[in-house]
Design a protein around this ligand. Sequence first.
Ligand SMILES: Cc1cc2nc3c(=O)[nH]c(=O)nc-3n(C[C@H](O)[C@H](O)[C@H](O)COP(=O)(O)OP(=O)(O)OC[C@H]3O[C@@H](n4cnc5c(N)ncnc54)[C@H](O)[C@@H]3O)c2cc1C
Length: 273
Amino acid sequence: MGRGRHPADQRRRRGHPPRRARRRPLRARRRVLAAARRRRRLGRPVRRPWHRDRTLRPANVGLRVDWTDTFVDRFPGTPLKHVALTARGHDGPPSRGDAMLTRTGIEGGPVYALGVPVRDALDADGRCTLLVDLRPDLTADQLTERLRTRRPKDTRSSWLRRTLGLDPASLALMWEATAGALPDDPAATAALVKAVPVTITGTMPIDRAISTAGGITWSQVDEHLMLRALPGTFVAGEMLDWEAPTGGYLLQASFSTGVVAARGMLAWLGPDA
Ligand SMILES: Cc1cc2nc3c(=O)[nH]c(=O)nc-3n(C[C@H](O)[C@H](O)[C@H](O)COP(=O)(O)OP(=O)(O)OC[C@H]3O[C@@H](n4cnc5c(N)ncnc54)[C@H](O)[C@@H]3O)c2cc1C
């Protein structure tokens, strides 16, 4: 069809608004539902009137930090390389790797790995403190020893850069955390380098998340992932209530539950299917 001859173009020329595609409800004898997300602006989520689920929440997602204007102007898109993160009050192992500073907060593998304790702290207190170890391969004592070699003409920044090899983003993070009042004492400075406190005020929204937590609980499905309340309808992937770290686990769990649901449906339909 030539340009301008499409019915939608003719309607527009006559001043009529474009016709909306009519949405037809999905009709099928059996269904596998795997449309967990309310994200990427793909329209409304699949309606799930047959059950009450655990609310979907963002998982493997960036965290919000109220950076100062100076920080926001200089460091978004800059990585904090080879750091180790912990959530204050959570005694799990530190999460190591590169974290990315953004205009609105911090993200990346080691940040996502702390999703559960951070979410618990945010639920309980509305805030959470992330502790950033900028030199995880050195102990506080080793850092203190290096920091003792301060030259008379060293500024604080050049002292930290020269003795510990800290980059500008790491130094700026320390300035942010102390509102510009960096300690002078080697031991206190070493303690700060080992645990720079960053206040987390929330998570990024679900449409920015890599995955979701919550969904249809395991008690609502049978061993073939068929909804107990709606026989013949099977669910898979992130519609189910599980969560996992990135690195292939999410895809693997989605594929695996998809296979279980598909096999369950074939069994349900019987040999004549
Ligand atoms: C940027 C990014 C990187 C990722 N990297 C990794 C990784 O490296 N390793 C890993 O394991 N996992 C990764 N994941 C996560 C992984 O992609 C998901 O866990 C997995 O795809 C979930 O599968 P799913 O089938 O449950 O949901 P989805 O893959 O989200 O599929 C849901 C489908 O439902 C459709 N849909 C939604 N709403 C409706 C509607 N109303 N009507 C009809 N259809 C609808 C959507 O179009 C979509 O096709 C990543 C995710 C993102 C966003």
